[in-house]
Design a binder for this molecule. Structure first.
Ligand SMILES: Cc1cc2nc3c(=O)[nH]c(=O)nc-3n(C[C@H](O)[C@H](O)[C@H](O)COP(=O)(O)OP(=O)(O)OC[C@H]3O[C@@H](n4cnc5c(N)ncnc54)[C@H](O)[C@@H]3O)c2cc1C
Length: 533
């Protein structure tokens, strides 16, 4: 840990300010914030550039401002990120109380009936690169649900099975998967690993910002370590949004006109039995005034009620969560101390200003449906690392491209999450009516919905090379919610499509016979570890 005195730090700052920026390609990166955004970004930058002595990474985090403490569902992208950082999957699974997540199960989103349920699995539909299988499925829509027709994963999830076997190497899969994890333990592992990669950790509070005349940040003034100079500053300060928000006064663009939810009430629920099954997907159950996430870790569940403070008060939120857990309000209050988390759904007008880029909650946050926050952190960290600016001229160019790319991604998150509400037929509260009011639907989504009256979602609707939600994700939601094209589909049939449907059925039978349960695989990993890649 850096222990510079105030004078040393001031001298360093003066020297840094006088030296030409990025001299000899030298780059001192300072990350503010030690939540999962800060440590993931620092670790990825350090891992990617560890062979380059001109790049240094320092992370400063406050001992008094806690991390958000939630964020337990990841996407499959996390496997590649962890491998790239150099963390072993066995170590990750065991130290983060992690389990395998194969997608989401949406219950009671279409209608308020207990049987209403559909899957958004992580595995792409069969034969994705050969044909648009959705077009061939319409003929069978009365017989088999879309997700089950095009992927074995819904059956694997329903049976609580693991996505791989003990002999499957680290990070490899039989069925695509991400993780459910303990957010606090994940940060602890990332901290330890990033420090091994050479990230310098400073525990202190940033209290002021010192600027260059051209608007770039020159240094962070800390409480005990004096001034901390740098060339590139990554704002991972969470909802404080210290640099991009408070210092640069970059407005937060609220998206509450599209997505109402601004509150969550969260608890950790122990299993009644330590051998209880661990769910293989996030369960997202719609409620009259919101929805509840239910995430199974090996030692407990994480459960939270996401809602809108304007429609639900604290007492109603508590009783909704108690009812979900099949407890009376008195029993619930005696057992749990739920945490209320409030947020304004939205994202910054710009994420990159001068030599500062915001990642994680500092850049924005929209409700956790589809758990898209950590993947945005991964994508941001990758972008910064791969396009690392080495001169003042490059700063503005890279910054503009970053802003453009991530604005598109945030807009897509709004659109994709909104789709879940728009397709619902629930009318058991004003909340649901407000969530799908026509005026609340982004114009871009209205256009797509009009298009999907005639065509299946395809790559033509989503032109970016690295789309956050590809056409298949839209298909899983649209057809899971039974929203079919209104115009008559050509009666398509092909030998290849029929073969593909048969392959899914055959593979499903093999997997049901050949995969162990989520819990059993975790126990095997504890006993033997996974094979190193
Ligand atoms: C209810 C809810 C559920 C969620 N579920 C999911 C999910 O399932 N999947 C998912 O991907 N994401 C989820 N998220 C989002 C996820 O939790 C965050 O994106 C992730 O934890 C990253 O947070 P962060 O690091 O940006 O912020 P934080 O964890 O808040 O960290 C902020 C850091 O900044 C530091 N800091 C603040 N001020 C100062 C200062 N002055 N000086 C020095 N340091 C300072 C703090 O000490 C802390 O270390 C959820 C979020 C919420 C609210």
């Amino acid at each position: 840990m850096m222990q510079a005195t105030q004078t040393q730090a001031t001298d360093k700052l003066t020297a840094a300010a006088k030296a030409p920026a990025f001299a000899n390609g030298r780059l001192s990166i300072v990350v503010v914030g030690g939540g999962s955004a800060g440590w993931l970004t620092a670790a990825l930058l350090a891992a990617d550039h560890q062979a380059d002595p001109r790049v240094s990474v320092t992370l400063i985090e406050s001992a008094s401002v806690p991390t958000i403490g939630v964020g337990e569902g990841t996407w499959p992208s996390m496997r590649a990120t962890l491998a790239r950082i150099g963390i072993s999957e066995t170590e990750f699974v065991l130290s983060c109380d992690a389990s395998f997540k194969q997608g989401s199960v949406f219950r009671q989103w279409r209608s308020n009936t207990p049987a209403d349920c559909y899957y958004h699995p992580f595995t792409a539909p069969v034969a994705t690169n050969e044909l648009d299988i959705a077009d061939y499925w319409f003929a069978y829509q009365q017989q088999v649900e879309f997700a089950a027709a095009v992927s074995s994963q819904p059956a694997v999830i329903a049976a609580g099975l693991a996505p791989k076997r003990i002999a499957t190497p680290e990070y490899a899969f039989i069925q695509n998967y991400g993780y459910h994890l303990d957010a606090g333990k994940f940060i602890a592992l990332l901290t330890q690993h990033a420090k091994r990669l050479g990230v310098q950790q400073i525990i202190d509070d940033v209290v002021a910002i010192q600027s260059h005349p051209d608007g770039r940040i020159a240094a962070l003034q800390t409480m005990q370590h004096g001034a901390l100079p740098g060339d590139l500053f990554v704002d991972c300060s969470g909802l404080q949004s210290l640099l991009i928000g408070r210092h640069y006064q970059t407005p937060l663009l609220s998206v509450q006109q599209h997505l109402l939810n601004d509150s969550a009430l969260a608890v950790q629920v122990p299993y009644g039995d330590e051998q209880a099954p661990i769910a293989s997907a996030t369960l997202a159950t719609a409620q009259t005034q919101g929805w509840i996430w239910d995430i199974g870790l090996p030692t407990r569940r994480g459960v939270g009620f996401v809602h809108h403070s304007g429609h639900t008060d604290a007492a109603q939120a508590l009783s909704t969560l108690a009812r979900y857990l099949q407890l009376s309000e008195q029993e619930f209050s005696a057992r749990y101390q739920p945490r209320t988390i409030r947020f304004t759904p939205g994202y910054r007008q710009q994420f990159w200003r001068h030599n500062c880029v915001a990642v994680g909650m500092a850049a924005g946050f929209i409700e956790p449906l589809e758990a898209s926050a950590l993947v945005m952190v991964e994508l941001s960290a990758k972008f910064i690392s791969e396009q690392l600016p080495r001169s003042l001229a490059q700063l503005d160019i890279v910054g503009a491209r970053f802003n453009q790319t991530f604005r598109y991604r945030w807009q897509q998150i709004v659109e994709f999450l909104k789709l879940h509400y728009v397709l619902s037929t629930r009318s058991d509260s004003d909340y649901w009516l407000a969530q799908r009011a026509e005026t609340s639907i982004p114009a871009s989504l209205q256009e797509k919905l009009a298009m999907w009256q005639h065509f299946v979602p395809s790559r033509y609707d989503l032109p970016m090379a690295e789309e956050l939600f590809p056409a298949a994700s839209y298909q899983y939601i649209l057809y899971g919610m039974r929203h079919f094209p209104a115009s008559e589909r050509p009666n398509k049939a092909s030998l290849r499509a029929n073969q593909a449907f048969a392959e899914v059925q055959q593979k499903t039978q093999q997997l049901m016979a050949g995969l162990v349960s989520n819990r059993e695989l975790l126990q095997q990993i504890k006993a033997h570890g996974l094979q190193k890649i």
